[in-house]
Write a protein that binds this ligand. Structure first.
Ligand code: HEM
Length: 273
């Protein structure tokens, strides 16, 4: 029923249905938010590059293009191009209608997605290592953890598909999607936190306690909540299913607040120009 669901015969149908609906609610919100992020990447970086104005990248980036740093600049350009592709192609893999009815597309898009995930995570770790660090060494480590997790999930999703272990493949592919959405989650979490607190503890370069928590949370929170979702889905406990459906719904509402804030503060001004 939902894009996250892996169970074939649901236990406790009413509670299972509610859990699946909470998963679908989350996915629809994330889909819309990521589509907007992809449009932002295209307008802010792709369009300006096509118009021969890559210099404008430096208006939004911490390091951006650096004179004389051919390797870093090439890695950055490749990173932004792959970021656009992966943000666009990821959510399509989780839509059940596409997965079931357009199997050829699902297979090819999935292969491309895994390949891009391997390349973008390895390239990004290198890019980050050779450039001045946003938020110092701790943030460099926390962002690299996200890169390593993307790489590992991509390998595990690919291995499970190759061995035709499809239930396991779907779980690892969903984890890959969540980890690869880390930078998107980071922005959404930052804004969701800043709305009620005025940005307390975020720090200029996400180097305050809340900033560092968000840097770690971009990887750990989505994967942790998904694990709880999987346990609840497989469990016979009606209570656990209801509580997890409640947790996912509340987090989705917070996420929607973060998406709307990020759209207004960061993405739409750049798209509309
Ligand atoms: C698939 C996952 C990823 C996506 C979709 C992605 C996307 C982006 C985007 C859109 C930007 C431009 C910043 C902005 O305008 O918001 C960016 C910059 C950057 N990203 Fe990623 N990123 C991903 C993973 C990573 C990872 C894992 C690392 C590090 C290990 C990383 C390191 C960087 C660096 C160093 C920059 C350039 C910052 C600068 O020059 O100021 N990214 N990324």
């Amino acid at each position: 029923m939902t894009s996250l669901s892996t169970a074939s015969t649901p236990l406790a149908p009413g509670a299972s249905r509610l859990l699946a609906q909470a998963g679908a609610f989350w996915f629809i919100a994330a889909f819309a938010g990521q589509a907007l992020f992809a449009v932002y990447i295209f307008f802010n970086f792709g369009l300006s590059a096509l118009q021969g104005n890559s210099a404008s990248w430096n208006e939004t980036l911490f390091n951006g293009l650096i004179k004389g740093d051919a390797l870093g600049n090439a890695l950055l350009a490749a990173h932004l191009f792959l970021a656009f592709l992966i943000t666009l192609s990821g959510p399509l893999q989780l839509i059940p209608a596409i997965r079931n009815r357009a199997r050829g597309f699902h297979r090819w898009n999935g292969r491309a997605y895994i390949l891009i995930a391997l390349v973008i995570s390895a390239g990004a770790i290198l890019l980050q290592a050779i450039r001045p660090a946003f938020g110092g060494l701790p943030n460099q480590i926390l962002q690299s953890i996200n890169g390593v997790v993307i790489f590992a999930c991509a390998l595990l999703a690919w291995r499970a598909a190759r061995d035709r272990r499809f239930a396991s493949h779907r779980r690892w592919a969903t984890r890959l999607f969540l980890a690869a959405s880390g930078v998107w989650f980071l922005r959404v979490m930052m804004i969701a936190w800043a709305i009620p607190t005025g940005g307390a503890g975020l720090g200029e370069e996400l180097d305050g306690p809340a900033g560092r928590a968000a840097m770690l949370g971009q990887t750990v929170i989505p994967l942790g909540v998904y694990q709880i979702y999987l346990w609840a889905e497989a469990s016979r406990s009606v209570m656990l299913k209801y509580m997890t459906a409640g947790l996912v719904s509340v987090l989705t509402l917070i996420m929607i607040g973060g998406i709307l804030g990020a759209a207004m503060a960061m993405w739409l001004p750049r798209i509309l120009g």
